[in-house]
Structures are given as structure tokens and as C-alpha cells.
Design a protein around this ligand. Structure first.
Ligand SMILES: O=P(O)(O)OC[C@H]1O[C@H](OP(=O)(O)OP(=O)(O)O)[C@H](O)[C@@H]1O
Ligand SMILES: O=c1cc[nH]c(=O)[nH]1
Ligand SMILES: [Mg+2]
Length: 211
């Protein structure tokens, strides 16, 4: 497992506004969208490309294009949906699949309530979107599911991570170089309710309102 913490003043600035409890939902959605685009730049550093012959107005040359099979973007509902547009803006040819997962507020155990993905993920490069990596239970289950279906590598883009969650992904997927987490920040810890500290609260509620 590889962890990349994006260190950039623009990311830190936007993240600080995102964390602020006085930031309203429309602003929160816009910032989440902007942050994922900035993180996606780093997350796609190893996206698979193949040679492409083109002719410029001056001469012929060999450039590159994103290779087949195309990258697959998988937002984890609900909160991950708030990151989808920012990601597809950067990689418009990506395919999109969906995983619906929710964490029980008492036991902190994640369950999957929806899945719409290709049956065969052989050789696919997958970008999982979820703003929060807390205990890591949700992301570990999502990555296990994708690797079991044959995914070649999985890059998770998380706005915030907790050390507890990063450790779980590390122990679950070990040294394998085909799991990567790209995040804007590694926070201090989880509180007794499993929330990231200092965090930003419940990402789904802040994006879409309390259900
Ligand atoms: O690392 P974990 O401890 O598993 O927690 C992280 C999960 O919790 C949140 O989703 P939530 O269950 O609140 O669902 P929601 O997106 O519908 O709000 C978040 O978006 C992650 O999916
Ligand atoms: O802090 C947290 C932890 C899990 N899920 C959230 O939305 N926020
Ligand atoms: Mg939630």
C-alpha cells in the first residue's frame, strides 16, 4: 500500500474552508469538487497510456492517449458522489461504476447496499472516490471487492484520512504496490464515535443534508 499526502498551499487553503463548520452546503460541494480535481492530478500520475500517432500543423509525431481498458471511477455512495464530477472533468473518457456503502453508527461496521460495476474487472485501473477514510472498514471492503473481481490496481482518493484507517488498509493489503491512497491530509485520530479529529464532521450530511 502506498500513501500520498498532497502537500500544496492551495489544497490546504481549500481544505481549511471545507473543515470550517460555518461553511454552507453549496460552498462545501464546490470545494469538494475543486479538491478532487487537484488530488486527481496526483492520483492519475500512473494512468496507463499508449502511443498515438498524430500530425501537428508542422510535422508527424508520436504522442500518447489513455489506454484501453479505460480507467474506471467508482464513487462510494453517498458522500463519494460529491467527488465524481471533479474527477470526470479531469478524465472525461473514464467509465463510472457505483458502490453504495454505509457504516453503522453504533458498530462502525460497513455494509454494501448497492453495486453497479462490470462483472469482470480484469486488468482495470480503478479510482475509488470517498471523502473520508476513518476506521477504514468501508474502503477495505470496497478494495477487497474490486481486487476479487480482477482489478489490476486501485487508487483511492480521500479528502481526509485517519491514522487508524490508513493502518487497516496497510495491514489488509500489505506490501502490494497495487493499492494507493491519495489524500489531502492525514488527521490526528478518531474520536469515540469514529469521527475523524479534527476532521470535517459527516461528509455525506454536509454535502447533502441530514437523512
Ligand atoms: O472508514 P469508515 O469508518 O468505514 O468510515 C468512512 C465512511 O463513512 C462515510 O460514509 P457513511 O457511512 O456516513 O455513508 P454516507 O456517505 O451515505 O453518509 C464516508 O463517506 C465513508 O464511506
Ligand atoms: O469523520 C467522519 C468519519 C466517517 N464518516 C464521515 O463522514 N466523517
Ligand atoms: Mg455519512
Amino acid at each position: 500500500m502506498r500513501l500520498h499526502i498532497a502537500d500544496h498551499p492551495l489544497i490546504s487553503h481549500k481544505l481549511t474552508v471545507l473543515r470550517d463548520r460555518t461553511t454552507d452546503s453549496p460552498t462545501f460541494r464546490r470545494l469538494a469538487d475543486e479538491l478532487v480535481t487537484l488530488l486527481a492530478y496526483e492520483a492519475t500520475r500512473e494512468v496507463h497510456v499508449e502511443p498515438r500517432e498524430i500530425t501537428t500543423p508542422v510535422t508527424e509525431m508520436t504522442g500518447v492517449r489513455i489506454a484501453d481498458p479505460r480507467p474506471l471511477v467508482v464513487p462510494i455512495l453517498r458522500a463519494g458522489l460529491g467527488m465524481l464530477e471533479g474527477m470526470t472533468r479531469l478524465v472525461p473518457t473514464a467509465e463510472v461504476g457505483f458502490l453504495g456503502m454505509v457504516r453503522d453508527e453504533e458498530t462502525l461496521t460497513a455494509t454494501t447496499y448497492a453495486e453497479r460495476l462490470p462483472d469482470d474487472l480484469s486488468g482495470r485501473q480503478i479510482f475509488v472516490l470517498d471523502p473520508m477514510l476513518a476506521t477504514g472498514g468501508t474502503l477495505a471492503a470496497a478494495i477487497r471487492f474490486l481486487l476479487d473481481r480482477g482489478a489490476r490496481d486501485v487508487v483511492a482518493i480521500c479528502l481526509l484520512t485517519a491514522p487508524e484507517g490508513v493502518r487497516l488498509i496497510e495491514t489488509t493489503f500489505g506490501q502490494s504496490a497495487n493499492v494507493t491512497i491519495v489524500t489531502a491530509a492525514l488527521d490526528e485520530r478518531l474520536n469515540e464515535k469514529g469521527y475523524i479529529v479534527p476532521g470535517l464532521g459527516d461528509a455525506g450530511d454536509r454535502l447533502y443534508g441530514v437523512v
